[in-house]
Ligand binder design. Structure first.
Ligand code: A2P
Length: 334
């Protein structure tokens, strides 16, 4: 990675800034990084170690000489610029939903399906809730195939971008100061509240976030028939998602066996202290690479040992977005 020339499209956003932190941790020299955003940010400087990098407006020339372009500027921007970047010789790792379900575009969680990357010019980074769920479901599915997943999410503001995080913070301060909440990014008050995910609702009554979790998991697992139902909810947490997961397995698996499997799963840390009643929390997952899993227990509503309950927390900006994309970039760079 250190000699790879990297462009970040959406550098000024929440995920873009995390890309920079992750590249700094990997000692990628400033000279090999190009920051791109909209005309609004052109000329702005961003700190990178001891250096200051200047943001450029994305343009047809912006990708020349770039090996890997990390995109996190929304779906329409990805659709506009991905092919331009590929034509300029770059491989694109796209964090938006623009190409995730496109045939021939691999949808990759490096701990799950790294082999799918191949020599594809565009690689899609899955939805944040999908990644965090599957970091714990996949290792279990490898041992005993999962037949059905019932998931409920408790999603942080960061999934809606930097402005949503700022809105949660300022709205919290405003309410504590006795002022009215003034939602502008989210459709309703986010502070001291929770609400059904702010994405469009389909004919079945599912919101698009829920549909993403279902369809993307099937594609990533190569399991078109796995049954999944999801309920996605926003909570007043800045940057880590939590998920309650119920699994129906094709054969029995004890909670102890599940705990053992998850304790050696890459990118996963078991936090499951029943004595101290200490389990995964978004504040513990924030800023961390690992997804935390706990509340690992047999589903006692069943007579057999084919049901498991889990609770997982993962940093939405890190593993849910930037870290996953950087891991893909590392696999591409070799
Ligand atoms: P800018 O700051 O110039 O608007 P977030 O998801 O945290 O809101 O961040 C979105 C990122 O995508 C920002 O870096 C933003 O840049 C960038 N972006 C949004 N729209 C465009 C666009 N049309 N062209 C290039 N970059 C864009």
């Amino acid at each position: 990675m250190q000699s790879t020339k990297i462009a970040i499209l959406g550098a000024t956003g929440a995920v873009g800034q995390e890309f920079l932190r992750l590249l700094a941790e990997r000692d990628v020299p400033a000279a090999n990084i190009r920051l791109l955003a909209s005309a609004r940010s052109a000329g702005k400087t961003m700190a990178y170690g001891d250096d200051a990098l200047t943001v450029q407006e994305v343009s047809a020339d912006a990708f020349s000489g770039i090996d890997i372009a990390l995109f996190s500027a929304g779906g329409s921007t990805s659709k506009q610029w991905a092919q331009v970047a590929v034509d300029a010789g770059a491989r694109v790792v796209d964090n938006s939903s623009a190409f995730r379900m496109t045939d021939g575009v691999p949808l990759v969680i490096p701990e799950v399906n790294p082999q799918a990357i191949g020599d594809a010019p565009i690689i899609a980074n899955p939805n944040c809730s999908t990644i965090i769920m599957n970091m714990v479901v996949w290792p279990l599915h490898q041992v005993v195939p999962v037949e059905r997943i019932v998931v409920s999410t408790y999603q942080a503001a960061s999934g809606a971008g930097q402005q949503a995080m700022i809105e949660l913070e300022t709205q919290t301060a405003d309410i504590l100061a006795g002022k009215a909440a003034m939602p502008t990014v989210f459709p309703v008050q986010s502070a001291f509240n929770l609400f059904s995910h702010n994405s469009e609702i389909d004919a079945d009554g599912y919101n698009i976030e829920e549909v993403k979790m279902i369809k993307e998991t099937r594609k990533i697992f190569g399991a078109p028939n796995i049954k999944i139902t999801a309920t996605c909810v926003r909570v007043p947490v800045p940057r880590a998602h939590s998920e309650s997961i119920n699994l129906e397995l094709s054969a029995p698996m004890s909670a102890d066996r599940a705990r053992e499997i998850l304790s050696t799963a890459p990118g996963v840390k078991v936090v499951d202290d029943r004595v101290k009643n200490y389990f995964p929390m978004p504040i513990d997952a924030s800023g961390k690479d690992d997804c935390l899993v706990g509340r690992i227990r047999r589903d006692i509503s069943r007579d057999d040992e084919r049901g498991l309950d889990l609770f997982v927390c993962g940093d939405q900006i890190r593993k849910g977005a930037a870290l996953n994309a950087i891991q893909i970039a590392e696999l591409i760079a070799g």
